[in-house]
Design a protein around this ligand. Structure first.
Ligand code: ZN
Ligand code: ZN
Length: 432
């Protein structure tokens, strides 16, 4: 049986770009270590959710970790909250930014989704003004928790609340703030409470002296709370139980830590890991290798590739890939019992600057695996690779297979688990 290191390069997949002479960033980058692993390993292409469906980072990850999004996806807010160390026991949580809006013909137009990245005392003072609010004549209590800069969480508590409401955030500047609409009938009350919070908090914020001063100083006023990604507390099955691993995560971005925590990974955030293109990638791989002493599944998240893509900066993406490649030198000669898997949670083509439904290259590398003829880690070779094209939801089964852990189809030594060979301590011996 092998241990597993799953490295997710966020937004890895890409398209040919004119400023790279119509190469993809993976093709244009000098990545000798990834190429070496590709030439000795097995390449393929995976659609994290389904062909043509652009995943969010949360949904892309959950799907790759083998969770059924239609049945198990709790919404994004819960992961972001967990990543910030906020545990939600009841209620509905929204990720909620300070934003700048202006009034036009009775609509609120989003001018800046981050209110000029407001921070420090300004943000704290404004947050304290709206930190508690009683809504719907006391039926619902609202709490606003400020975290960093313009970011925070809005939590609604009360009976009969639902996370099935539409986003208030139009996700585009110049668009109007949207009315929260119930997606299911049980969400009527949540939508009404949310609307009341939005209007009342806007009243408080727009006239506040901090904002009047900000306007005088030429700064955007933080006059609106823009919620998105409603979610309820969840009890997701632990990753370790589902797939038979003892898992750890190496990540810096709050949401990725949140996903890992929600799934029961032990989360490690090495010093120097920033969740940005300047992160200490080498330190992350070193940490992951250390953790493999105690854990048999280590997930490593690198965000820099996606950040470069959102900036529509293919040259930065090439640079990030090259720095990551240097860090991967540490695993080009892995121990017998290590399976390395490198892929992304979705494609983020630099040309688009946003996530797309394109397939993402994937590399399986370790001793004793099947091989193929592909020799470079990029979209073209991966599309011809021996692992073929598959759905991200099947990744964990392939990982079990290549790490020699999969259970023959139809065997049932445990009532609930069906994919992996159980450990001795999981089995119930017949006592006589
Ligand atoms: Zn992502
Ligand atoms: Zn992204």
């Amino acid at each position: 049986m092998k241990k597993v290191m799953l490295i997710i390069l966020d937004g890895l997949g890409d398209r040919p770009h004119p400023s790279l002479k119509y190469l993809t960033p993976l093709q244009a980058a000098e990545i000798p270590n990834m190429d070496l692993m590709a030439s000795k390993g097995l390449l393929g292409m995976q659609y994290p959710i389904a062909p043509g469906v652009p995943p969010g980072s949360d949904t892309g990850h959950l799907s790759l970790f083998g969770y059924n999004l239609d049945e198990e996806y709790p919404g994004r807010g819960i992961f972001e909250a967990l990543g910030e160390g906020i545990t939600l026991r009841d209620g509905v949580a929204f990720r909620a930014n300070f934003a700048t809006v202006s009034e036009r013909n009775g609509e609120l137009i989003v001018e800046d989704r981050r209110a000029g990245r407001i921070s420090g005392e300004d943000a704290e003072v404004l947050a304290s003004e709206i930190s508690r609010m009683s809504l719907l004549r006391g039926e619902v209590e609202a709490e606003f928790v400020h975290t960093l800069e313009h970011r925070g969480f809005l939590i609604l508590r009360g009976d009969g609340l639902s996370s099935q409401v539409t986003d208030v955030d139009p996700h585009e500047v110049g668009y109007p703030v949207l009315e929260p609409l119930p997606i299911e009938e049980e969400a009527m009350k949540t939508a009404r409470a949310l609307k009341e919070f939005l209007i009342r908090s806007h009243e408080i914020l727009k006239g506040h002296e901090v904002n009047r001063r900000r306007v005088k100083e030429g700064k955007p006023p933080a006059n609106f709370i823009l919620p998105r990604g409603a979610s309820k507390p969840v009890n997701l099955e632990r990753f370790g139980d589902r797939w038979g691993f003892k898992p750890a995560a190496v990540a810096a971005g709050p949401m990725y830590k949140g996903i890992a925590r929600a799934l029961g990974f032990e989360v490690h955030h090495p010093e120097g890991a920033t969740g940005l293109p300047d992160s200490d990638f080498r330190g992350k791989i070193r940490e992951a290798l250390d953790l493999l002493g105690e854990f048999d599944f280590v997930y490593v998240h690198m965000k820099g590739t996606d950040v470069a893509s959102h900036k529509k900066d293919p040259k930065l993406k090439v640079e990030v890939l090259e720095r990551i490649d240097e860090a991967l030198e540490q695993i080009t000669d892995p121990p017998e019992d290590l399976l390395v898997v490198i892929t992304g949670d979705h494609a983020t083509p630099c040309l688009l600057g946003k996530h797309s439904g394109d397939p993402v290259p994937i590399l399986f590398f370790g001793k004793g695996l099947p091989r193929d003829d592909a020799s470079n880690f990029h979209e073209l070779d991966a599309s011809l690779g021996g692992a073929g094209w598959f759905l991200g939801g099947d990744l964990m089964k392939l990982i079990l297979n290549y790490s020699d852990r999969s259970l023959e189809y139809g065997l049932r030594p445990l009532p609930r688990r069906r994919w992996y060979i159980p450990r001795r301590e999981e089995l119930t011996p017949l006592r006589i």
